[in-house]
Design a protein around this ligand. Structure first.
Ligand code: NAD
Ligand code: MG
Length: 402
């Protein structure tokens, strides 16, 4: 193999959520590595998906994993027939997704959306794997427990979320005392210049039409409400052990600067790249080495200018709700995340309006947080709080829809 990267290319990879936006980009990076370094680069242990069985089978034919898993158990037979004669093992159901994560592989890309990623991500942590973490909901829901488990089991956590991957590259952990501020940028989403009145009538199609990034539906809606940036502040707090007052958000519509780290001597370091998730994915797969990625390259002369502005807390209340939860800690982030997942699904299903998302989250937090002072110290406890918050948020959505 060329370039002295042979140990990187030999890494066995599992992709959880391979048919989603991040999953597809991950396989694209692996395909590029195979073109560059030979067909044996990044052997694939397992691919998993929830319901797109045809796409999963097509990926399995192409990338030859040892195992392919479909989360929806009713599609297990279909997957088996699509892969018959290939020698690729198949399985179905959520437990099989968790078992896929537990199988031996060096790197697990966690690209499942939502808190459903928590159990599989934990299974990978418990065998000390390197976790390339695209999913943010599991860190928001179970940050303390998750990060403690990473340390306890000797796992390695490489953030893939672009801002956190950028922070990971910029942060000098040996000089943690000198870190004054970490600023995450937000594109501002498709409604950056919309009035609240106009947003009240926004459709799912308008909300998922992101100006810079092509992403799954859930994170696209989160970007439109700015909840995505709120979740990311909480994610940064847990990943990098940073207190809330050192974390800031700036709206940067071009999505070129992903994160800035300011140090005590007045220096601010910034990470720049084209808005293309294949860059942080390639960084995570190769870390601590660097490898080639098929990502778009930056052309700053063509872009001409980069602009920054403060977020508007009035029009985007989800950001403030998340900041409150970050400050109050305890179960608040878990409840925030659960209520938001339910509200976003209700909005995508046209059962509630766009501005109702923040209302559902706020009402769920008001009803649940004071009753939940004690924080569970195991995943089961977190999942229990998550379930209760989902039930309540569902009831609130139904009341709003009525
Ligand atoms: P997506 O909706 O495009 O894909 C989600 C994947 O998860 C699919 O493969 C789907 O089959 C699988 N899945 C869904 N529900 C599941 C369940 N209950 N059990 C098992 N598998 C399930 O989402 P995405 O945009 O690729 O985002 C994935 C994660 O990465 C999210 O947490 C998101 O916040 C994060 N992320 C995404 C981007 C991006 O550019 N898309 C950027 C940063 C972070
Ligand atoms: Mg991000």
């Amino acid at each position: 193999m060329s370039g002295g990267l042979s140990s990187v290319m030999a890494r066995r990879v599992t992709v959880l959520g391979s048919t989603g936006s991040i999953g597809i980009s991950t396989l694209d990076v692996i395909a590029h590595a195979r073109e560059t370094h030979g067909p044996d680069a990044f052997p694939v242990e397992a691919l998993t998906a929830q319901s797109n069985v045809e796409a999963l089978a097509e990926q399995a034919h192409r990338f030859r994993p040892r195992l392919a898993v479909i989360g929806d158990a009713s599609l297990g037979e279909r997957l088996r027939s699509l892969l018959s004669g290939t020698g690729i093992q198949t399985a179905s159901g959520y437990e099989a997704v968790v078992e896929a994560a537990a199988r031996p592989s060096e790197v697990v890309m966690v690209a499942i959306v939502g808190a459903a990623s928590l159990a599989p991500a934990f299974a990978a942590v418990k065998r000390g794997a390197t976790i390339a973490l695209a999913n943010k909901e599991c860190i928001v829901a179970a940050g303390d427990i998750f990060c403690r488990a990473v340390a306890e089991y000797g796992a390695t956590l490489i953030p893939v979320d672009s801002e956190h991957n950028a922070a990971f590259q910029l942060l000098n952990f040996d000089e943690a005392h000198a870190i004054e501020r970490v600023t995450l940028t937000a594109s501002g989403g498709p409604f950056r210049e919309w009035s609240s009145d106009r947003m009240a009538a926004a459709t799912p199609e308008q909300a998922v039409a992101h100006p810079n990034w092509s992403m799954g539906a859930k994170i696209s809606v989160d970007s439109a409400t700015l909840m995505n940036k709120g979740l990311e502040l909480i994610e940064a707090h847990f990943l990098f052990s940073l207190p809330p007052e050192k974390l800031a958000v700036l709206v940067h519509p071009q999505s070129i600067v992903h994160c800035m780290v300011s140090y005590a001597d007045g220096s601010t370091l910034a990470h720049l790249s084209a808005p293309d998730m294949r860059t942080p994915i390639a960084h995570a797969l190769a870390w601590p080495r660097r490898m080639s990625s098929p990502s778009h390259r930056l052309d700053l002369a063509m872009l001409n200018r980069l602009t920054f502005e403060a977020p508007d807390p009035q029009r985007f209340p989800c950001l403030g709700l998340a900041q409150d939860c970050l400050r109050s800690g305890g179960l608040a982030p878990t409840i925030l995340n659960a209520a938001n997942e339910v509200a976003v699904q209700a909005f995508l299903g046209r059962r509630i309006g766009f501005l109702d998302i923040a209302r559902v989250v706020e009402n769920t937090l008001t009803a649940r947080v004071p009753n939940n002072a004690s924080v569970p110290n195991d995943v089961e406890g977190i999942l229990d709080a998550d379930r209760q918050a989902r039930d309540l948020a569902g009831t609130i959505c139904r009341r709003m829809a009525a």
